[in-house]
Design a protein around this ligand. Structure first.
Ligand code: NDP
Length: 240
């Protein structure tokens, strides 16, 4: 699990652990990850924290070696780490554009290459890439062009790898959440409330716990005939 020390990733880690998985968190903030892993262990779950940055292939290689030493081969990779710049196009700096694309797209690519490459060699594995409904809609009021473009690319990277790796026994799907209450999505700020809550069919944002069962489904044999799919869980927002 990339990310996993807060927000949606934490909910995914808890749900996967409750489903019986041994869970490895992989994020940059070592202290937070250690604390979260300890809290989840106190809940009876088998969770360990590993540290690194998804934009650095060497970090992923080292952490995957560490995870394999602790838990054995990785059966499921959830590429969840992400970032967002809430600004319209002409206010986004070159540095912010690169950061969003590096984390959200290249980070997923790095995870797929490093962990997915080992799955292909082993002839089995499941990858869940966290995309977004923002791949298909445009976020008002602050547009977030780099974020939207990065998530659209994640969805198509998912389809591409799914087709290429199906003969090797590796399934690759994406999950596309709608607005969810986390640090990334400031749903209660007045300028977002109008579009993200009042305009939503259910007139609310999701909690992370409402999204997590879909990751467990995509990670499990219950979805054994799914690959190259994008599962949208957005309370109906993207039908508009
Ligand atoms: P948060 O900002 O709450 O959490 C982001 C997570 O990603 C943290 O665990 C963070 O840990 C980790 N992370 C960020 N950058 C890196 C990096 N370079 N290397 C490793 N880990 C990193 O975001 P959410 O929980 O809201 O989002 C999680 C995913 O869900 C993202 O991909 C996001 O785009 C997607 N999503 C979110 C939606 C929402 O409404 N919240 C809607 C649709 C999709 P650390 O900082 O310690 O590295």
């Amino acid at each position: 699990m990339t990310g996993g020390n807060r927000g949606l990733g934490l909910a995914y880690a808890r749900a996967l652990g409750e489903a019986g998985a041994r869970v490895a968190l992989f994020a940059r903030d070592r202290d937070l990850s250690d604390d979260v892993a300890a809290d989840l262990r106190a809940e009876g779950l088998d969770v360990q924290a590993f540290t690194g940055d998804v934009t650095r292939v060497a970090d992923l290689e080292r952490a995957t070696d560490e995870v394999e030493a602790a838990f054995g081969p990785v059966d499921v990779l959830v590429n969840n780490a992400g970032t967002c710049v809430h600004r319209p196009a002409l206010e986004v700096t070159d540095e912010e554009w690169r950061e969003v694309l590096d984390v959200n797209l290249t980070g997923v690519w790095n995870g797929c290459r490093v962990v997915g490459g080992r799955m292909v060699a082993a002839g089995r594995g499941v990858i869940v890439n966290i995309g977004s409904m923002s791949a298909d809609i445009v976020n008002r009021p602050q547009w977030q062009p780099g974020y939207n473009a990065s998530k659209a690319a994640v969805h198509h990277l998912t389809r591409s790898l799914a087709a290429e790796w199906a003969p090797a026994g590796v399934r690759v799907n994406a999950l596309a959440p709608g607005y969810v209450r986390t640090e990334m999505a400031p749903v209660d700020r007045p300028e977002f409330q109008r579009y993200w809550i009042e305009d939503a069919p259910q007139q609310r944002a999701a909690t992370p716990a409402e999204i997590a069962p879909s990751v467990v489904f995509l990670a499990s044999d219950a979805s054994s005939f799914m690959t190259g799919s994008v599962l949208t869980v957005d309370g109906g927002y993207s039908v508009y």
